[in-house]
Design a protein around this ligand. Structure first.
Ligand code: USQ
Length: 382
């Protein structure tokens, strides 16, 4: 298949590009380096330097013999995007091209505006480019479990049947996000559902939880220049990745508030597997298909305890310290999402075992000297 990966330089995008290329698909990757530039400007660079996209593609070719095509540009630029579509003629589009950080979106007016404009304009342009250039193509869009928030009822897989005054209908599951970033994902879903109804587009919307991990394939394990970004800062690092770095640095694990916040988590390897499953089993014309893309749920305290135990075994002086929560979120709550769709398609999860954590520790320890402590917590308040 011809696979177009938008946002292909990122934490999820690059591993996805390697996976599809390895399987023999024709892959084109687009990125405008937004994430790299924001990290540089805000002094929150990842744990180790990552070669730019053109260098990574060269390396990938050397290691595997496979070609990945690249275009550096912005999905908010409709002309550029149309050119990409004309050139690639995709069978499937994987859309990661968004500002992905909740704390960044709450930083100040400029960051909030960038998040809102970038995420919505990008999605809007993609929908239009599909209609104009590739109406049969399947869009796989990265959404987030955070679209649902933490309601006091079970979270269904995207849709809910409702009975009201004796009549029934099916609706998108109610959504109430906890950051502007998460809100833009809700707005994306609304845009997509509108255009699916109007134009019969084929869309899979993946409601993903926080991702952890670094190991993606044998090639990157051997040549670590092929590894994805690994952010451990408050803005772009996800909680488990942060905790492992904190444990190695001897920085008390930053549990926000009571630590009872529960989320659905997944291994980076499973993100890639889920996206592959979605591409291999496309949505129909006029269908917005939603999957809850998580493999298990944990509270923040449970994650901290795991990192504490494995970190201690490896000889680190790990400490857990609850700090005042900079976010506005429930710290103790009901959380029971359904996540059977991707397993029904064949997902075999890589659960968060001690072995997986040991693997994360191994890589982080190699880069211990690069950890910059003042990147870990700055206290971006909601
Ligand atoms: N948390 C801590 N200490 C920390 C960092 C986070 O207690 O040092 C807590 C947060 O308050 C939150 C939970 O851990 O309750 C998860 O935080 P996170 O920073 O790992 O995840 P989040 O900001 O929600 O965003 C991440 C990704 C985002 C994705 C989302 C999925 O950055 O792109 O959409 O996970 S979800 O959380 O399910 O919405």
């Amino acid at each position: 298949m011809k696979i177009l990966i938008l946002g292909g330089d990122g934490y999820l995008g690059w591993p996805t590009a390697m996976a599809f290329s390895k399987k023999g698909h024709e892959v084109m990757v687009v990125d405008n380096y937004l994430r790299r530039n924001l990290c540089r400007d805000l002094d929150v660079e990842p744990l180790f330097p990552v070669p730019n996209l053109l260098e990574r593609v060269r390396l990938w070719r050397e290691v595997t013999g496979h070609e990945i095509h690249t275009r550096i540009g912005d999905c908010c630029n409709y002309q550029f995007l149309m050119e990409v579509f004309r050139e690639c003629r995709p069978d499937a589009i994987i859309h990661y091209a968004e500002q992905p950080s909740a704390p960044y979106s709450m930083l100040n007016h400029g960051a909030a505006e960038l998040t809102l404009m970038n995420n919505l304009r990008g999605t809007f342009n993609i929908v239009w480019a599909m209609r104009e250039q590739a109406p049969d193509c399947h869009l796989v869009k990265l959404g987030t479990m955070g679209e649902y928030g933490t309601p006091n009822i079970d979270i269904e897989e995207g849709w809910i049947e409702m009975e009201h005054k004796g009549r029934r209908d099916r609706f998108l599951f109610p959504r109430q996000a906890g950051s502007l970033y998460h809100t833009t994902k809700i707005q994306d879903t609304d845009l997509l559902w509108f255009y699916v109804r109007m134009w019969g587009l084929r869309v899979s919307d993946l409601m993903q939880g926080p991702v952890y991990g670094l190991s993606v394939n044998d090639e990157a394990d051997l040549d670590q220049r092929l590894l994805p970004f690994f952010n451990y800062d408050e803005l772009f690092g996800t909680v488990l990745n942060r905790f492992v770095v904190q444990a190695v640095a001897g920085y008390p694990l930053t549990v926000y508030g009571k630590g009872g916040q529960t989320r659905g988590y997944l291994n980076l390897r499973d993100t890639v597997a889920c996206v592959e499953l979605a591409v291999d089993n496309p949505a129909d014309h006029g269908e917005l298909r939603v999957f809850n893309q998580i493999t298990e749920t944990f509270t923040v305290n449970e994650l901290a305890d795991k990192v504490f135990r494995v970190g201690k075994e490896r000889g680190h002086a790990v400490e857990i310290k609850s700090i005042e929560n900079p976010r506005k979120e429930k710290e103790e709550h009901y959380y029971n999402p359904v996540y059977t769709g991707l397993k029904d398609l064949g997902l075999t999860p890589n659960y968060l075992t001690d072995e997986v954590l040991q693997g994360m520790f191994e890589i982080v320890e190699k880069h211990k000297d690069r950890i910059v402590r003042n990147r870990i917590f700055r206290g971006v308040k909601w």
